[in-house]
Design a protein around this ligand. Sequence first.
Ligand SMILES: *Cc1c(COP(=O)(O)O)cnc(C)c1O
Length: 360
Amino acid sequence: MSRVFNFSAGPAVLPQAVLVKAREEMLDWQGTGMSVMEMSHRGKAFMSIAARAEADLRELMSISDDYHVLFLQGGASSQFAMVPINLLRGKKSADYVNTGAWSKKAISEAKRYCAVNVVASDEANNFTGIPAFDTWKLDKNAAYLHYTPNETIGGVEFNYVPEVGDVPLVADMSSNILSAPIDVNKYAVIYAGAQKNIGPAGLTVVILRKDLVGQAMETMPAMFDYAIHAKNESMYNTPPTYGWYLAGLVFDWIKQQGGVAAMAEINQRKAKKLYDAIDASDFYANPVVPEYRSIMNVPFTLANPELDKKFLEEAEQAGLTALKGHRSVGGMRASIYNAMPEAGIDALVAFMAEFEKQNG
Ligand SMILES: *Cc1c(COP(=O)(O)O)cnc(C)c1O
């Protein structure tokens, strides 16, 4: 068996210890004589797995009893619709910040349900930064404000939480949840597709302030009503049981690493090594304003794009995979989520230096 360093943006690398544990438990979960995949979601065994995962996530993120934690399907993309469907509560417009490709998708989905007020956009700068907060055109009557704390494609990350007073704050944390401590109490809704920092694709985690539940738009599908999922503790229909179980193993792994603060320290160190290597050379470049560089997704370009293909091929041969940048940005992108070991960064930085020496 050989494992590569997988820099995929998502589905992404999982902690090896988690995969080993899942393998050990694959055929017989703790004496039940069956795989978690084969269990009834309403049976005692799965109920205990589900409850433990939720409790561990609550502990890791200090989520209070004022919040529901839901384990849903449909990806972050379904949340682009569920947020307006549930949070408009009779209002006609919502505020959105446009800092990249995922913000834009959230905006275009919201436009099906309400007027969207784009309070700030960095599109004119090709999404390489975040418009200064004092220039945002906030509407104090907005149903909510939606933003994307980490733009996975552009590699742009907020280094602060927008202060929007009484307007409910909604965050798509698909690619940075659990990467650093946050104050959940500042948010109305936090959602994340699991396949970046939590577990396998197919699971979506939603953290939701309880007082906002129960006012979904009428005529919407039951599956899009937070109240129905909350009331049924994410078991209104069959939840993504195996993904939920694996998420639980990942939460447990994060606890063993020392929790989210410890992860953040490692993540900062990993990102710094990579950005330092990029900045120290004229051969590589990252276009993002330094203070808003993502610690999870690091896009970079080669001075000579004709070398891109060679770079990717040789990286692959060196066991460094999925470094191709998103088609909208080009170049390379290294996604360095919690589960990417620091040794992976060291190997990438060494490869980049050698490639530059040979081709620079
Ligand atoms: C990956 C990603 C999404 C899309 O998630 P799906 O689960 O595929 O719907 C949305 N937002 C962000 C920030 C992402 O990184």
